[in-house]
Design a protein around this ligand. Structure first.
Ligand code: FCX
Length: 435
């Protein structure tokens, strides 16, 4: 059976031809108009990027290589005795569009475990961070520092041909993903005073090892949660801040460690990945203010007070989605199966019944429905991972799968330096003065 790299090497030449053919036939056609509002409005809906790994439909949500979350749950290999898909299989799917065999997935688990060790100086960087430094800042520093051993950067400085870019990007991406559990575990144990992370077990899968370095591998349900968590957080088409940042920085031929370090800095913003921390902070503040078993009326009043204070309701709304995020629904299904009586889960459900109507009434948000971040904190808290400042690190570990897959394909297809055009307001005024 082929390894992932061998399979990719088989697929790449045909895809290069496919792209050539598309460009020859359609290269000069237009998608439509670009409005001035799009330029001022965060480029919403602007067709500008290419990525085959996942596509986001506003109504239906994400599909990974054409498969919904439920279809991935059904089709991807599972751990022995487990029922959630292994992220190893999702990475294979993102890269190749194919479902791997259990042996191929097993081989990836082994390869990542074998590559997991951190250089000593990276461990020292993490150890020297003050506990007051946000875990996401520590995470991005450690990932950036891994560029010290980048196969791509070294080969580039030695003068490789463009045809060899993807192979080195692949090697770096495998190292990057492999080392993330040790980085995350070390940050977690340092910041929350629990000693040093347990060693990676080469006989176990990636998610088990992630749970292990955090100190939760004894709980099989938590390990299952990590498998589902990584899969649903891995990728969300190309235009979201973390995915697009990785692609942009990678287009300068910065290696995958530099590119993904930049992705993490974008993920650390409260309108993006940090929203999972913000949701828990918001729910806890609500509980402090109105008590744990508050009435719907009291919750409604609290939501309105958030909006009247000029703040967003974290975990609700989305730049593309216009329905409940299937990543939210997948987590809700997990909770109904594993923790139906959990009080925080019940509060998340109560909020779900209340917030959309209020956002509709308030009339600003284009999407009143919950996104992925509305749910994840309640699940993590249930299993004892209640340190909310750490939540976005887990999002970051997962997002590496999508960003790495994109970087590999971008280098394989020879994606050029990204360089869109910016305009001054004065130029825009002049341009449309008489139109
Ligand atoms: N609460 C209150 N107001 C909201 C809102 C919310 N949850 N969502 C959108 N709005 C407001 C916007 O702030 C904006 O107000 P303005 O006109 O005064 O600037 C208006 O509604 C229109 O915004 P809209 O077009 O609907 O949304 P955008 O595409 O600009 O932004 C995000 C999308 C996700 C940033 C926005 O909905 C938001 O701030 N949500 C809360 C934060 C959050 O949950 N982020 C996580 C998103 C995601 F899943 C992820 O990346 O992890």
């Amino acid at each position: 059976q082929s390894t992932l790299k061998e399979r990719l090497a088989e697929l790449i030449p045909a895809e290069i031809e496919n792209v050539k053919a598309i460009r020859a036939e359609h290269g000069q056609k237009t998608f439509g108009q670009v409005t001035v509002d799009q330029v001022y409005g965060g480029m919403r809906g602007l067709p500008a990027l290419l990525w085959d790994g996942s596509v986001l439909d506003p109504e239906e949500g994400i599909r990974f290589r054409g498969k919904t979350i439920e279809e991935c749950q059904a089709a991807l290999p599972k751990a022995p005795g487990g029922s959630e898909p292994l992220p190893e299989g999702l990475f294979w799917l993102l890269l190749t569009g194919e479902i791997p065999t259990p042996e191929q997935v097993n081989q990836l688990s082994k390869e990542w475990a074998a590559r997991a060790a951190l250089p000593e100086f990276v461990e020292e960087i993490i150890d020297r961070c003050p506990g007051t430094l946000h875990p996401m800042s520590q995470f991005s520093m450690a990932v950036t520092a891994l560029n010290h051993d980048s196969s791509f950067a070294k080969a580039y400085s030695e003068g490789i041909s463009k045809k060899e870019y993807w192979g080195h990007t692949f090697e770096d991406s495998m190292d990057l993903i492999a080392k993330l559990p040790n980085i995350a575990g070390r940050i977690y144990q340092n910041v929350y005073g629990k000693g040093k992370p347990a060693p990676i077990d080469p006989s176990k899968d990636y998610s088990w090892n992630l749970a292990h370095v955090l100190g939760f591998s004894d709980n099989e349900a938590f390990v299952e949660l990590m498998r589902l968590y990584i899969v649903i957080h891995s990728d969300h088409e190309g235009g979201n801040v973390s995915a697009h940042t990785g692609k942009l920085v990678g287009s300068a031929l910065s290696d995958p460690f530099l590119a993904f370090g930049a992705s993490l800095n974008g993920l650390a913003g409260p309108l993006h990945g940090l929203a999972n921390q913000e949701v828990l902070v918001w729910l806890r503040k609500m509980q402090d203010k109105i008590g744990s078993n508050a009435s719907d009326e009291a919750v409604k009043e609290y939501v309105w007070s958030t909006l009247k204070g000029g703040q967003v309701v974290p975990g609700y709304g989305h730049a593309v989605l216009r329905k409940t995020d299937p990543r939210y629904t997948a987590q809700r299904a997990f909770a109904l199966k594993h923790l139906p009586e959990d009080p925080l889960f019940k509060l998340v459900g109560q909020v779900y019944n209340i917030v959309p109507d209020i956002l509709l009434e308030a009339g600003k948000a284009k999407n009143p429905w919950p996104n992925v971040d509305a749910h994840s904190g309640a699940l993590l808290t249930h299993y004892g991972l209640h340190q909310m400042q750490f939540y976005t690190v887990l999002f970051g570990v997962s997002r590496a799968f999508g960003v790495a897959a994109q970087l590999i394909w971008d280098r394989a297809l020879g994606a050029p330096l990204e360089r869109p055009k910016s305009y001054s307001s004065e130029a825009i005024k002049k341009m449309f003065a008489n139109r």
